[in-house]
Write a protein that binds this ligand. Structure first.
Ligand code: ARG
Length: 576
């Protein structure tokens, strides 16, 4: 597409070209010459800070550099004026007509002006990735929600995304589970709560292995049989995966999450020996107490075991094999992994080893802190296991109360449908909106607040805009707003317009920094800008002309909110 030139991009290119023209003899390639959004309105709409950085490189006074810029600059159409401020900032003020033209262009584009940055490049996102025979924990749901939002954001910018659910479906625990299953599985429980029962079997079998040598040896024998392809054990193992996945898939369905691949750890079994060969050939590993390790102490990354003394491989080995296989098969420009913070060292280690093996694909670990859940969060909570299904049920139940209060006249089925969208949205938004690396505590009050930074607040803002649109259509059935130009007269109107033109920059920044929270913050600011516009600027009562212009701005605000929320995986009911 690229039909629409983003204002920010246009300004950045312009600043960079002008500075280059001012100092043709100097190499400016390492200095950021572009613009950023101004923090305060008196500083204009955008600012360029390059003069201060150039001052260091050129050993000159920043204001003099700013002046040189101003003397040289030929203002682009969209710019009203520029000025130097403070130590040498260049403040850029946009013309109202420039903003209206951009809104017009966005209204005429299905993608609302999103640039095709990805241009068909493949990106693999490895997310959710829970373990077989263990319930998904609160960290997996966060990985699922953040990973899925990254998936949507990358796709929106034209990347070809492969969502891969890298299930933990292999390892020594399967010997214990198979033995335990044979000895004490409760078939009834396996039908009603399969994952819980599998976990119970595992825990009990593991506990027995601790002080019962015979039990441990028998489990080991089952594992060896599984590894050697014994038909019966293989079938049991497949059954465990199937039972677990059928549970997980219920959650994925409710969260509207889907994967292109389900390649668990076992998929790479046959590649593990050759990973070791490669590491040995490159002299990247060494023998230590019978095990094979990569010593990364020189790089402050400790040591990573790649083959245990009993000959078994582990997590690091599998992940190296995974990268090798993915790069060969898909030639991705980036592989992104989404997990909780506890795995940071693991990812640093195998990224480092991959680099030493000459794999130069960009590897990114997106990590997040575990959300704290106060004791009173759930009505159903058993031991330490938080059942995700219960969390989602509770969210929908509480959202239903909210909907019943706000729309008592809505029929019950619709109330339930809206409550589902709000409840699921609230959970997702809580996971997405926080800076993922700070510790947060989950509360229902915050998640379901109608007047704070929450999904219901944004969904409600959308529904309100939709209702204004409907009211307009009912009152003025014969006028087509498209026949009128967008004109920006009021302050709040201009502010909203400026915010709307920044949609693409928000998506682009969320992708560049792998942070859906940037998108969430943008949408929250947008709906606040909309609120003050709606409260202060006459609308349906305005004269013909401004009225149609405003309804068109409204339509764009609705489209940006709907689209933006869908990039977070959040639905927007027309009525709440
Ligand atoms: N199964 C792992 C866990 O639950 C997460 C896997 C993440 N992906 C990866 N390629 N290591 O902790």
């Amino acid at each position: 597409n690229n039909k629409i030139t983003l204002i920010e991009k246009q300004l950045s290119d312009w600043c960079s070209e002008t500075f280059t023209a001012c100092f043709p003899e100097t190499d400016l390639s390492s200095i950021h010459l572009g613009v950023i959004e101004s923090k305060k309105e008196q500083f204009g709409d955008y600012q360029c800070e390059a003069a201060m950085k150039l001052a260091k490189a050129l050993q000159n006074n920043p204001r003099a550099i700013g002046q040189a810029f101003i003397d040289k600059a030929v203002l682009p159409d969209v710019v009203e004026k520029i000025e130097i401020a403070g130590p040498g900032f260049i403040n850029i003020f946009l013309k109202n007509e420039g903003l209206s033209a951009q809104l017009d262009a966005m209204l005429g584009d299905d993608t609302l002006g999103l640039p095709n940055i990805g241009n068909g490049q493949t990106v693999i996102i490895d997310y959710s990735s829970p373990n077989v025979a263990k319930p998904m924990h609160i960290g997996h749901i966060r990985s699922t929600v953040i990973g899925n939002s990254l998936d949507r954001l990358y796709r929106a910018l034209g990347y070809n995304v492969i969502a891969d659910n890298h299930l933990g479906d292999w390892g020594t625990q399967f010997g214990l589970i198979i033995l335990g299953y044979r000895e004490f599985a409760d078939q009834e429980a396996l039908k009603t709560a399969p994952v819980e029962e599998l976990e119970r079997i595992y825990v009990e079998s593991y506990n027995r292995s601790k002080d019962d040598d015979t039990w441990r040896d028998r489990a080991k024998a089952e594992l060896v049989k599984l590894q050697q392809g014994d038909a019966e054990n293989r079938a049991l193992w497949e059954k465990f995966i199937e039972l677990t996945l059928s549970e997980f898939n219920k959650i994925y369905k409710r969260l509207d999450v889907s994967f292109d691949l389900y390649r668990g750890e076992s998929y790479y079994n046959d590649d593990l020996a050759s990973v070791i060969d490669r590491l040995q050939a490159e002299k990247l590993c060494e023998e230590s107490e019978g095990a094979l390790i990569c010593n990364l102490e020189d790089d402050n990354l400790n040591v990573a075991i790649v083959r245990k003394s009993d000959g078994g491989y582990n997590y690091t080995t599998t992940d190296i094999a995974t990268v090798a296989s993915r790069t060969e098969e898909f030639q991705p420009s980036e592989i992104i992994y989404v997990t909780d913070e506890r795995q940071q060292l693991h990812f640093k280690q195998f990224f480092h080893i991959c680099k030493k093996l000459g794999i130069d694909t960009k590897l990114t670990h997106v990590w997040f802190g575990l959300m704290r859940l106060p004791e009173a969060t759930f009505s159903t909570r058993e031991g330490n296991v938080i059942k995700l299904e219960a969390l989602l049920d509770e969210a929908e139940k509480r959202a239903l109360e909210v909907v019943k209060a706000s729309s008592p006249d809505m029929d019950e089925a619709q109330q339930r449908e809206v409550a589902r969208a709000i409840g699921i949205g609230a959970i997702k938004y809580t996971d997405l909106s926080q800076n993922p690396q700070s510790l947060v505590t989950f509360t229902w009050e915050k998640a379901l607040a109608m007047d704070g930074n929450s999904a219901p607040y944004l969904q409600y803002a959308y529904a309100r805009i939709a209702s204004v649109r409907d009211k307009y259509a009912a009152q003025f059935p014969d006028t087509n707003p498209e026949d009128f130009p967008i004109i920006l007269t009021e302050e709040q109107e201009r502010r909203l317009a400026l915010k709307l033109t920044r949609f693409a920059s928000a998506v682009e920044a969320a992708v560049r920094l792998h942070r859906p929270s940037i998108m969430a913050d943008y949408l929250y600011d947008l709906s606040q800008a909309y609120s003050s516009f709606y409260q202060n600027v006459p609308f349906l009562k305005a004269d013909e002309g401004p009225r149609e212009s405003r309804i068109r701005i409204c339509a764009l605000a609705a489209a940006v909110l709907k689209n933006g929320l869908s990039l977070l995986g959040i639905e927007t009911p027309e009525r709440i």
